[in-house]
Design a protein around this ligand. Structure first.
Ligand code: KG4
Ligand code: ZN
Length: 353
């Protein structure tokens, strides 16, 4: 058998410390992830300083696990691919330093990978290659953006959120509804029992040609729906129905609000993905990022792909959330193209292109 190319991937852009070995850019031989969810849960969101420290504690054992599980000897690894942008700067630096150290000690090339591009590659893991051109909708806790993808490494930004990311809105609304952290899965679960037509939450930036997103208004609308509009003159409250505050909502009412919020977000995401796909005559629709685990969004994407006669590529659930298999998988394509980074590769918190 001819020699296969094995890439070691490292991902620490947010609150998962992850390492993976991937063969030929597609076969995932190991996918080691140490999650920090419990550390951040009581704050209702990721605390950057806590995240960096937890990465430092976990990184060595996560890398050792990934190598071990893959059964691939270090001398068989062709390159180290690492997420260097975008993300929490302190978190990114931990993965970047580990990757540089390995690249230097093992004398293998270093490859810098954009985290969002890696999310757009996730559907190709343990699956058939993606057919291009593709319209990719990447929505996670930190990002919501649409891309025209011409290949795994050629992506053009078509639109992005102008305020909150979709996942951030899920997390904050789950906080308002006291459903716990991370909010996405909690709202997804609660929403299954609710009626999405109960509250008509706003669908921002839906008109015109815009491919940008805005989610902070939906989040505020949920807050006002639950707690009332600050400063508004209140009618005399006599019945339980008229009282404001989460403590006065029944489990069913909370489920109805969760389902209505989710439906507003999914409507916006579906409409913009359709617009992008039509604009670039996409053969393929790609979803990626943590929010692509959402059951309502996945169902809406299936419907959309059918109506556009396009192929839908959804990542397997384990590759929706942050992981290093997508970093290693995409890194393979830079490896094939000879696009390597120097040991002076820098981390960047934000990037818009
Ligand atoms: O991609 P990811 O793991 O990390 C970032 O790059 O941000 O995404 C995490 C985000 C969180 O905001 C989480 O609430 C959201 O993805 N999420 C979901 C679901 N599962 C995770 N949002 C909606 N529905 C889900 N089932
Ligand atoms: Zn992510």
């Amino acid at each position: 058998m001819s020699e296969e190319t094995y890439i070691l991937g490292i991902e620490t852009s947010c609150d998962e410390t992850a390492c993976s070995v991937v063969a030929e850019g597609k076969r995932v031989l190991s996918n080691s992830v140490a999650t920090q969810i419990e550390l951040h849960a009581r704050f209702g969101g990721v605390v950057p300083e806590i995240a960096s420290r937890a990465h430092i504690e976990a990184i060595n054992s996560v890398i050792a696990n990934a190598l071990d599980e893959s059964g691939i000897a270090p001398e068989k690894i062709s390159a180290v691919a690492v997420t260097n942008e975008p993300g929490l700067i302190g978190s990114l630096l931990v993965g970047l330093m580990a990757a540089k150290t390995i690249a230097w000690v093992w004398d293998v090339p270093l490859i810098g990978v954009n985290h969002i591009y890696a999310h757009a590659y996730a559907p190709a893991l343990d699956a058939a290659p993606i057919e291009y051109p593709a319209a990719a909708l990447i929505c996670s806790g930190g990002h919501t953006a649409l891309y025209r993808c011409e290949s795994p490494t050629q992506l053009e930004l078509l639109g992005a959120t102008i305020d909150d990311a979709a996942g951030e809105a899920f997390d904050k609304v789950a906080g308002i509804l006291k459903l716990g952290f991370p909010g996405g899965p909690a709202i997804d679960n609660a929403g299954r029992k609710g009626n999405p037509r109960t509250v008509d939450f706003p669908r921002p930036l839906l008109g015109g040609e815009s491919l940008d997103f805005s989610f902070s208004g939906i989040k505020t609308a949920v807050l006002y729906h639950v707690n009332g509009v600050p400063g508004a003159v209140r009618k005399k409250q006599t019945t339980t129905k008229q009282r404001r505050g989460i403590e006065h909502l029944s489990e069913q009412e909370i489920a109805d609000v969760a389902a209505s919020f989710q439906s507003a977000v999914v409507d916006v995401l579906q409409t913009k993905l359709r617009r992008a796909a039509e604009l670039i005559a996409a053969k393929t629709l790609v979803l990626g990022g943590g929010v692509s685990a959402n059951s309502a969004l996945r169902a809406a994407a299936v419907e959309l792909a059918e109506s556009l006669d396009a192929t839908l590529r959804l990542p397997a659930l384990e590759f929706c959330l942050d992981n290093a298999a997508m970093t290693a998988g995409l890194g393979y394509h830079y490896f094939r193209a000879g696009q390597f980074a120097g040991l002076d590769l820098t981390a960047r918190a934000t990037v818009r292109r």
